[in-house]
Design a protein around this ligand. Structure first.
Ligand code: HEC
Ligand code: HEC
Ligand code: HEC
Ligand code: HEC
Ligand code: HEC
Length: 347
């Protein structure tokens, strides 16, 4: 078989896999309304009355930049250079089913969620007829899942289904869109990329013990709703540990990452092909971790510094955090300056 033939076959299989995961409501995004240029009043218009909501959306959320962000443009440019894959996926238009109307470059804006207002003679009429899909169905978690769930890859919804939050009837909206002081539903849809402090209190490091040649500790996810990281394989949480001697010099470092790891499409080296491991921290999980130390450090370690931070890495770099396009400030930092004299580390 020629190389081109082989490529075609592989891409056919990949496209079949993409489309087979598309059964009925599971991936409702293919049925989402597609906007044409001009069929849109735009967020600035809605924001002229709904000022607080507009400010939260514009200044805090990635929904507002989900078409314009350089990282998204990058993937679209890259996709276009892989002609067959681009064709198999249905071209960049497929992206706009979730990332917001293409022609408007507006991201996931008011009308992407609340429905277009332009078919109506006046905004009064649009309000009177209620926007589609309508508030009642928008308050259900399936509404978020129509974009935030790609089975096996992006899974906050399937995580949530088996969580304590779901058992208590706590939806995505109850947590992410709780009422703010003005009495309106919060529209900031916070992301660690814009504010790492949103994770304050959501992660913990406990039971830190140096029992040479191992450092033991427990990492905790305090969220009752879903895993951390919550999204797809581009989101990586890392625990970075540095060991230093009595003079404060760094003598060793190690790292563990928590993410969904994937393969790339064979031969093309692009896009997540299949998830091969999932080390994300499940809702309310307390996971014990061990770091092994080289024998020559026996008796030399006097302090340990632990830092948790997020990385964002484009799919094509397959989880290589050295190629991250975004690195957060520390989410949580702990320094241990003295250890109970246990094991062989007695100096
Ligand atoms: C001329 C001012 C004005 C403009 C422009 C405007 N709205 Fe409203 N909107 C209101 C008022 C007033 C209400 C009723 C009070 C409230 O809920 O804030 C309302 C209510 C709503 C509601 C709640 C409906 C419900 O059933 O509870 C939604 C959703 C909404 N607007 C969306 C939009 C969107 C989307 C746009 C832009 C396409 C928009 N509005 C533009 C004034 C406006
Ligand atoms: C039309 C599709 C769509 C809908 C509906 C939608 N989102 Fe999003 N959301 C996105 C996209 C796309 C991004 C990523 C934007 C980017 O990073 O470029 C995003 C980003 C986010 C983020 C920021 C964190 C992150 O991973 O970047 C949060 C939080 C979020 N959405 C929550 C929600 C919640 C809660 C709902 C339901 C009320 C919801 N979204 C509905 C498409 C959608
Ligand atoms: C990602 C989807 C999404 C986007 C984007 C979005 N909304 Fe909403 N909006 C919702 C959901 C879901 C609710 C219902 C929240 C609830 O009651 O739990 C809501 C509620 C509202 C309400 C009802 C009043 C209230 O505060 O409860 C208004 C008004 C509104 N949105 C206006 C806007 C405007 C204006 C924009 C653009 C600046 C916007 N929304 C962008 C999903 C969205
Ligand atoms: C019990 C509360 C709760 C529920 C329910 C919940 N979340 Fe979250 N979620 C959080 C908290 C807290 C964070 C950490 C960041 C923050 O504070 O916004 C988070 C983070 C996220 C993030 C990642 C933000 C980032 O940039 O790292 C996404 C995406 C997300 N949630 C989507 C959802 C979706 C979709 C649902 C429903 C299927 C959902 N969440 C249900 C509380 C909840
Ligand atoms: C099923 C809905 C959906 C489709 C289709 C989709 N995305 Fe996304 N995308 C998301 C969501 C939700 C996020 C938020 C991150 C997460 O939860 O992992 C995201 C995140 C991203 C990110 C990382 C965030 C950033 O700003 O760096 C990039 C890049 C991206 N998408 C590009 C694309 C491109 C290019 C396409 C089309 C080939 C596409 N997406 C198709 C839902 C979708």
């Amino acid at each position: 078989m020629t190389l081109a033939g082989l490529l075609l076959l592989l891409c056919g299989a990949f496209a079949a896999w993409v489309y087979s995961s598309k059964n009925s409501e599971e991936v409702a995004f293919m049925n989402r309304v597609r906007y044409e240029a001009g069929a849109h009043k735009g967020a600035d218009f809605c924001g002229s009355c709904h000022r607080d909501i507009y400010q939260q959306w514009r200044n805090r959320s990635r929904h507002a930049v989900s078409v314009s962000a350089e990282s998204v443009r990058d993937v679209i440019r890259n996709l276009k250079t892989h002609t067959i894959l681009n064709y198999a996926l249905g071209g960049e238009d497929m992206c706009y089913a979730c990332h917001g109307p293409k022609a408007e470059n507006a991201g996931v804006d008011c009308e992407t969620c609340h429905g277009p207002a332009s078919g109506f003679a006046s905004i009064g009429e649009a309000h009177a007829k209620k926007f589609k899909p309508g508030m009642e169905s928008m308050r259900k978690e399936e509404f978020c899942a129509s974009c935030h769930e790609i089975p096996g890859f992006v899974t906050p919804y399937s995580d949530w289904q088996f969580s304590e939050a779901a058992a208590n009837g706590t939806t995505c909206q109850s947590c992410h869109m709780a009422l703010v002081e003005a009495g309106t539903a919060y529209h900031g849809f916070d992301s660690f990329v814009l504010d790492e402090q949103i994770y304050d209190g959501d992660l913990g490091l406990s039971d830190i013990r140096l029992e040479f040649p191992e450092l033991h500790l427990t990492i905790e996810n305090h969220l009752t709703g879903h895993s951390i990281p919550a999204g797809g394989p581009t989101r990586i949480l890392a625990l970075e540990v540095t060991f230093s001697d009595a003079r404060g010099n760094e003598i060793h470092r190690d790292r563990k990452t928590f993410a969904k790891y994937h393969n790339l499409v064979p031969l093309l080296g692009f896009w997540p092909y299949e998830i091969i491991a999932d080390t994300t921290l499940k809702s309310l999980e307390h996971r014990p971790l061990n770091f092994s130390l080289p024998a020559e450090l026996d008796g030399k370690i006097s302090a340990v510094n632990l830092i948790l931070r997020f990385y964002e890495v484009a799919d094509e770099h397959a989880g290589d955090i050295g190629k991250a396009h975004y690195v957060s400030k520390p989410i949580l930092e702990k320094r241990i300056n003295s250890f109970p004299r246990t094991g062989a580390n007695t100096g």
